[in-house]
Design a protein around this ligand. Structure first.
Ligand code: ATP
Ligand code: MG
Length: 452
């Protein structure tokens, strides 16, 4: 009887998975089946009906435990990818080496992953595991049981498996307790695990910022020495991680966390120079804060806008330098933009698809200075006006341009025609160069900043 009460409150040791997982009942974790997304629930049920295991795992369980709404649901199972695919009509196998299955219901996609092992059990000998000379794991595609699967995950709070049928959480490494203590703790030996996959260091910074968790000292210790290993990671993966951090809703804290851990060299190398300059720091902080606020309000936040802000201090610096060297303002700005975009490709590798929008936003900035004649009206009509105006406000907030300029544009949008006319300043812009040849109608060569 006493044993049953203890089990009910604190859970019991797993026998089914045979490996020391603590099985926690509803009373110990509080996650109800009804809190799951229908699609996630149905995926687990279908797997169970076919005789397989199906658990919600990873971020969703962690977020539910913390009272947050999960952004997506991952399911772990002992069915192979092919078996999963056959069970769900609307599903497809993704990836070649590390196969996962996307199960679609409506607009929701559930990622179903077969239990994997990180190879340790295969060889019993650490040295024979497939790693490179820095300890980076080269193969992570060996199927395993649920305990193996838990052990290959990164942090204790990410190795929680929720069984919707029984409303139980299988906790292998004390993740529920760590969640309550708000501690981010690596599973296993932190140094080995960071060497296996250095991106875990960036994930640590991201989760600490996003969840407002404290990084356990043993987990944190090796990071300072191992940070340079990020140089061996493909740029595209680093970029994905950067994007996740910046779009997490906690970009401000995340970026400062990165810098505190010395991890930004591998991710945003330009951060040092930006943050060492007070205007640059105010500008970036304002940009990150705005992004966080937009995400909190469920408004769209554009990565191109954000990357545009991260690169702006460099563009500005080059722009001024080129002007000081005698270049005219407009060509100087365009040259600076291209130079900065080329240079960052070797570092952060922002994909080219964002170039167009970043350049448009940057190129419109000088046009805000022109507040006479028809120019302000034409600028209002520009399809990128809104983004460029938001960008201008950040520049004003950081003190790079006069606050008055931002306020003028805010007001200019709000008032009616008469007041707009009264607001216009003397036309101070350089007059477009008159060409002898008559211009054809619709010819855009007006000498103003045209988006590239
Ligand atoms: P988010 O809310 O950001 O999606 P998440 O924890 O779900 O957080 P994902 O990147 O979606 O993060 O990964 C899902 C799960 O896969 C993680 O919870 C973790 O268990 C495991 N995982 C992901 N990346 C790694 C990694 N590099 N090393 C070990 N385990 C990982
Ligand atoms: Mg996830």
């Amino acid at each position: 009887m006493i044993r049953r009460i203890i089990n009910k409150v604190f859970g019991r040791k797993s026998r089914a998975s045979g490996s020391g997982a603590q099985i926690l009942p509803l009373a110990a974790h509080g996650i109800r089946r009804a809190q799951l997304d229908d699609c996630g629930l149905k995926t687990c049920e279908t797997l169970a009906q076919a005789g397989f295991k199906g658990y919600v795992v990873g971020g969703a369980v962690r977020d539910l435990l913390l009272g947050k709404t999960p952004k997506d649901f991952d399911v772990a199972t002992d069915a192979t990818p092919e078996e999963v695919r056959r069970l769900f009509r609307r599903s497809r196998i993704i990836g070649r080496r590390f196969q996962i299955v996307h199960v679609m219901c409506g607009r929701v996609t559930i990622e179903v992953t077969t239990f994997r092992s990180n190879g340790q059990k295969e060889t019993e000998d650490e040295d024979e595991r497939p790693t490179d000379e820095h300890g980076r794991l080269l193969s992570d595609n060996v199927f395993g049981n649920m305990a193996d699967d838990a052990a290959r995950r990164d942090f204790t709070i990410n190795a929680l498996y929720y069984d919707p049928a029984r409303e139980e959480v299988h906790d292998y490494f004390g993740g529920v307790a760590d969640c309550k203590k708000r501690v981010l703790r690596m599973i296993g030996d932190p140094e080995t695990r960071f060497r296996e996959d250095p991106v875990r260091m960036l994930r640590a910074a991201r989760f600490a910022a996003k969840l407002d968790f404290h990084i356990d000292p043993d987990t944190r210790k090796p990071v300072a020495t191992l940070a340079p290993l990020l140089a061996n990671i493909p740029r595209a993966r680093i970029f994905d991680e950067a994007l996740k951090l910046l779009m997490s809703g906690h970009a401000l804290r995340g970026v400062h966390q990165l810098r505190a851990e010395g991890l930004h060299h591998g991710m945003l190398p330009l951060l040092d120079t930006i943050l060492d300059d007070p205007t640059g720091e105010r500008f970036i902080n304002a940009a990150l804060k705005t992004t966080d606020m937009r995400i909190a309000e469920d408004k769209p936040a554009s990565p191109a806008f954000l990357f545009g802000t991260l690169l702006w201090p460099q563009v500005l610096q080059r722009w001024r330098a080129l002007e000081a060297a005698g270049e005219k303002p407009q060509p100087a700005l365009f040259l600076a933009m291209d130079e900065v975009l080329d240079a960052q490709r070797g570092q952060l590798a922002i994909p080219r698809r964002y170039d167009g929008m970043m350049k448009e936003i940057w190129a419109l900035q000088p046009r805000f200075e022109q507040r006479g004649g028809q120019r302000p009206f034409r600028l209002l009509e520009h399809p990128r006006f809104r983004a460029a105006y938001d960008f201008l406000l950040l520049r004003a907030e950081s003190g790079e341009v006069d606050a008055e300029l931002g306020e003028w544009w805010t007001r200019f949008q709000e008032v009616g025609d008469d007041e707009r006319a009264a607001m216009l300043l003397a036309d101070n812009a350089p007059k477009p160069r008159r060409k002898r040849k008559r211009r054809k109608p619709g010819d855009a060569s007006s000498g103003e900043a045209q988006p590239a």
